[in-house]
Ligand binder design. Structure first.
Ligand code: HEM
Length: 395
């Protein structure tokens, strides 16, 4: 299970408490399936200009089940009607130095002035089979389903037309989770979806409270009656129409609830084979990352390279070289440009051609590095803060 490791690698060093490019890429350099995500994250797509002009993606694959119990695989996408706008690292540094709430402010003010942001909900649909014609596993979360084979079909829209009356009540206490389903929606065998489904509600029972689903922001808009009751801070008396309040079990002949009739036939997928704990077999970890690299505009590619080079600079040479090799597999130009920025030569096959420092580790342990921005400038800023600070009296 990789998720805790991913989170640890991206979080601050447990000793220095600083986020550290070397730790991130030490981990990522062993995870080729992360290349597409890294290519997105270090490009301007990793820094949306604001919340209104960013895309959303369900990432995981669900199933849609019809009344006959037949299912298809489905992936969700939210497309902003406002368009998509991203920032370079330099722009973000300038803006955030002056206002680190800029995205929240932008959203709040747009809604206040009646300029309601709107997203179109689109789905991609695939039959629930092996799909040997694809060069990736359809349930691999690190891959996108190609749009030309699986067109985006519009199915709905979301308009944000009111700000919260109280941020804590309506945002902090909101509990989204992958396991909250409506009739006709089901889980696929997507492994990460199954992990998330257990994890979100488990966290929310602790973070918000065991009855978090009774809070107005999380409760269904339609009345539901179940026999699930009790637990700390229960404040809703959950009774059906004419229900005998003494009977909270089923079946019963004393006026308790009856199970609702099924909305349609059950979906009964055919299962055969061993249930195993192993990696997805059909991977093609570099192709989509390379396509993404080539799809970027020049300014997006330039910023991607700059951010990767700056974050990788303080890392030890063997980590830099592994990353250059991965980038070269995505696209030779991608690897060459990161190598150039790091002062590493590359052979025609994309492999680093020997280290400038003889492989002894040019970068040290990466302490003091910041993500995306120039590590030397960031170190200088940290050093100069004391000089720039003015003496003040104790309070
Ligand atoms: C496709 C991969 C994933 C995406 C896009 C994703 C996205 C998110 C987002 C947007 C949040 C809310 C963060 C916030 O409000 O500050 C979140 C929270 C969370 N995520 Fe994920 N996540 C992913 C994978 C996972 C996995 C694999 C697990 C565990 C197995 C997990 C466990 C959690 C938990 C427990 C929370 C906190 C939920 C809460 O307190 O309401 N996530 N995730």
């Amino acid at each position: 299970m990789k998720f805790p490791d991913l989170v640890h690698a991206f979080k601050p060093d447990p000793v220095t408490n600083q986020q550290d490019g070397e730790r991130i890429f030490d981990f990522i350099s062993h995870i080729p399936e992360a290349m597409h995500m890294i290519t997105f994250l270090f490009s301007p797509y990793g820094i949306p200009a604001n919340y209104r002009e960013m895309q959303g993606s369900g990432v995981n694959t669900y199933k849609w089940v019809n009344a006959d119990g037949q299912a298809v695989l489905v992936k969700y996408h939210w497309e902003p009607k406002q368009g998509i706008r991203n920032l370079t690292q330099a722009q973000a540094e300038e803006i955030q130095a002056k206002n680190f709430n800029h995205a929240t402010q932008d959203l709040y003010e747009a809604i206040e002035r009646g300029d309601y942001p709107e997203w179109e909900l689109l789905v991609q649909i695939m039959s629930d089979d092996e799909h040997p014609e694809l060069d990736f596993d359809p349930l691999d979360d690190t891959k996108l389903w190609p749009q030309d084979q699986f067109p985006w079909l519009p199915v709905g829209r979301m308009v944000l037309n009111r700000n919260p009356e109280n941020y804590f009540v309506e945002v902090e206490q909101a509990a989204f989770g992958t396991g909250v389903l409506v009739d006709g929606l089901d889980f696929s065998d997507d492994k990460m979806l199954q992990g998330r489904t257990l994890s979100y509600s488990d966290t929310q029972r602790y973070r918000v409270g065991p009855n978090y689903l009774q809070l107005p922001i999380n409760a269904p808009k339609k009345h539901v009656a179940t026999n699930q009751q009790g637990g700390q801070m229960a404040y809703r008396v959950d009774l059906g129409l004419d229900q005998n309040p003494h009977v909270n079990y089923e079946p019963s002949s004393l006026g308790g609830l009856h199970e609702a009739p099924k909305a349609g036939k059950d979906h009964t997928p055919w299962i055969e084979g061993h249930l195993v704990r192993q990696k997805i077999e059909r991977t093609n970890d570099y192709k989509q990352a390379g396509e993404r690299y080539r799809m970027f505009e020049d300014w997006e590619r330039d910023d991607l390279i700059l951010n990767l080079v700056n974050t990788l600079k303080p890392a030890r040479r063997h980590i830099q070289e592994r990353m250059v090799w991965h980038f070269s597999q995505c696209d030779p130009d991608y690897g060459r440009r990161v190598a150039e920025g790091l002062g590493i030569g590359v052979n025609a096959d994309g492999a680093p051609s020997g280290s400038a420092d003889g492989g002894n580790g040019a970068g040290g342990n990466g302490r003091g590095s910041t993500i995306g921005s120039d590590a030397a400038a960031a170190n200088e800023a940290a050093g100069s803060a004391e000089e720039q600070g003015r003496e003040s009296r104790p309070y």
